[in-house]
Design a binder for this molecule. Structure first.
Ligand code: AFP
Ligand code: FBP
Length: 323
């Protein structure tokens, strides 16, 4: 069993990137402690704030954001950061090499009910001559990511990471180390499990309606097999399930807010998760094309998402290619 830093060094990860991942993990360990203490630390419940996405912030959204910001801005490799909880990017060291985007606590509407949540992150290189505090520096497609990952805070805390060399899982030990517990994660091609918020069914496009209707028909329908459904309402937990045992997860465009391409955020959820999914042999799409090919135009841009087991995602895309 290898410790995180040793593993990364052994796989020729640049020293400054190891240093940055180390800072991210320092923050995540602090967040894990706050989550573990829950009501004892007075951190549960809602704050007074509303974030730039128009969502009510949980106290732990703000605490987690503050922890990540403080630790990352103290790291000289960080030229700038962008958070789902901040209106604008924040500049770091002008000579820093990296930009970090993160969702400090994804699935935070689950915190009070003690269900799994997570921190999602993505690392980009700051383009030459740009200011790391400017939106423009972050306008890079998902293929430019040098690393991405998440820490799932569940019954145990697990870091799931890619630096472009497959996907590795590291479990947080009692002693505070992230220890390699799974190397070169592969997503099974086929699955019998899907995840989508069914309460939004009437708002989906006809193509998605028809795909999910066929999933629900099971072995009697055109897909010829019985499916099970899972919905945690925490993307980190859904992606972790898919990386662990396969499946398809969808959060498609819907007509509740027709001008928005979807609910999930490209820079903090779509791109980092797509990098992991594709590195593990799966597919990650908008239902029409690869998420990581999207050229972003806004830091808080939204995206429609359909990701997971390759064969299932391809089937779902065929429904969308029909017209
Ligand atoms: P929160 O961080 O506000 O809880 O949002 C989490 C999330 O963006 C993503 O993790 C889930 O997949 C999705 O919301 C669940 O959305 P619904 O509540 O609409 O099912
Ligand atoms: P396991 O302990 O076998 O996972 O079963 C769990 C459970 O009994 C409940 O926790 C859960 O509500 C239910 O299964 C979900 O099952 P299904 O998706 O088959 O309806």
């Amino acid at each position: 069993m290898q410790l995180l830093n040793q593993y990364l060094k052994h796989h020729e990860t640049p020293d400054d990137l190891i240093d940055l991942i180390d800072s991210l993990m320092l923050s995540c360990k602090e967040i894990a402690i706050k989550l573990r203490e829950g009501a004892l630390a007075g951190v549960l419940g809602t704050s007074e704030g509303i974030n730039v996405q128009g969502e009510t912030q949980k106290k732990l959204d703000i605490i987690s954001n503050d922890i990540l910001k403080a630790v990352l801005l103290d790291n000289p490799t960080v030229a700038g950061l962008a958070s789902e909880e901040e209106d604008h990017p924040v500049g770091g060291n002008p000579d820093g090499k990296y930009l970090v985007t993160f969702d400090p606590l994804d699935g935070s509407s689950n915190i009070d009910v003690n269900v799994s949540v997570g921190t999602i992150f993505s690392i980009l290189i700051k383009p030459e001559g740009m200011d790391g505090g400017d939106d423009a520096a972050f306008m890079q497609n998902g293929r430019q990511q040098v690393a991405s990952g998440y820490v799932l805070y569940g019954p145990c805390s697990v870091l799931v990471l890619t630096t472009g060399n497959g996907v590795q899982m590291f479990t947080l030990s009692h002693g505070g180390d992230f220890i390699l517990t799974e190397e070169h994660v592969r997503i099974p091609e086929q699955t019998q499990e899907f995840g989508i918020n069914m309460s939004n069914q009437r708002f989906w496009e006809p193509q998605m309606q028809s795909y999910v209707a066929d999933l629900l028909q099971g072995e009697e329908g055109p897909l010829g097999k019985r499916y099970n459904m899972r919905w945690v309402a925490s993307m980190v937990a859904e992606v972790h399930r898919i990386l662990t045992r396969g499946g398809i997860f969808m959060y498609p465009w819907d007509s509740r807010d027709p001008a928005k391409p979807g609910k999930l955020r490209l820079m903090y959820e779509g791109n980092p998760m797509s990098f992991l999914i594709e590195q593990a042999g799966g597919l990650s799409t908008t239902c029409y094309g690869h998420i990581m090919d999207i050229e972003p135009t806004k830091i808080h841009q939204r995206v429609s998402v359909g990701l997971g087991s390759r064969a299932e995602v391809e089937t779902m895309m065929k429904y969308h290619a029909k017209d």
